[in-house]
Design a protein around this ligand. Structure first.
Ligand code: ZN
Ligand code: FE
Length: 255
């Protein structure tokens, strides 16, 4: 049975997620921006947290943790590489590690770039990957600590997951990401169509997260650095995709 996954808007534009296994009752929280909306959702569903999975150390992903653990003393899992700046961890993990939520394997992927030590959590049986500020809907996280080649390697690792994988990312930035995406990939009809859907969703007050990996691969310029049309548009035909990615990221930073 796939886990039941619930999206919880937090702060001004963050998302946290619950992944719940009905059979065992185990429930994981992915990232902890603030306690209020997360505790309300747990109360409304009658769920108790068994695990908290942290993607990276930024305040908008961890600052809610103490207020959540007060009433839900769950096991906290995060990157060994970031243990020195994350809240206290009960389990430290890194690339290739696997643990279980409700009997379902959770694979740890190192997706450094936004920060060094940023991890993603991949649940193959639920076709879900929690990417926070690495791969985002129509975007990727800003390179605060890592290099462009490092982020390109991280995004390529995520892009290699099955197309049907659902991408649960950390922020509602999609509409502003779309305004940039169309400037580097203007003739992409899948992107044009997606932008209409994004604008409709936002006008209706609906989230644009999660998305699917197939949609991201077809429309997200940060996954499309090897695409001939984008390379031609940037004057970088046959360039190394990592260099094309670096150019796209630099343009976004100036956008
Ligand atoms: Zn961040
Ligand atoms: Fe963030």
């Amino acid at each position: 049975m796939p886990l039941e996954i619930v999206t919880i808007p937090c702060l001004s534009d963050n998302y946290a997620f619950l992944a719940h296994d009905a059979a065992s009752g185990e429930t994981a929280l992915i990232d902890a921006p603030e306690p209020g909306p997360i505790l309300s959702e747990l109360n409304a569903r009658g769920w108790t947290l068994s695990h908290v999975l942290l993607t990276h150390h930024h305040w908008d992903h961890v600052d809610g943790l103490p207020g959540i653990l007060e009433s839900h003393p769950a096991k906290v899992i995060g990157a060994a590489a970031d243990a020195y700046r994350l809240p206290a961890l009960d389990q430290q993990v890194g690339e290739g590690d696997v643990f279980e939520i409700g009997g379902e394997p959770v694979q740890v992927l190192d997706v450094s770039g936004h920060t060094i030590g940023h991890i993603a959590f991949y649940m193959p049986e639920s076709a879900a990957v929690f990417t926070a500020d690495s791969l985002m809907a129509l975007g990727c996280g800003r390179l605060f600590e890592g290099t462009a080649p490092q982020m390109w390697a991280s995004l390529s690792k995520l892009a290699a997951l099955p197309d049907e994988t659902i991408v649960y990312s950390g922020h509602e930035y999609t509409q502003s990401n779309a305004k940039f995406a169309i400037t580097v990939d203007p003739d992409n009809s899948a992107l044009q169509q997606r932008i209409i859907e994004i604008d409709d969703a936002r006008a209706a007050g609906k989230p644009t997260v999660p998305s699917t990996l197939a949609v991201e691969k077809a429309t997200n310029p940060f996954l499309r650095a090897a695409d001939p049309a984008i390379q031609a548009h940037l004057g970088m035909i046959d360039a190394d995709p990592a260099a094309v990615f670096a150019e796209i990221r630099a343009r976004k930073d100036r956008f």
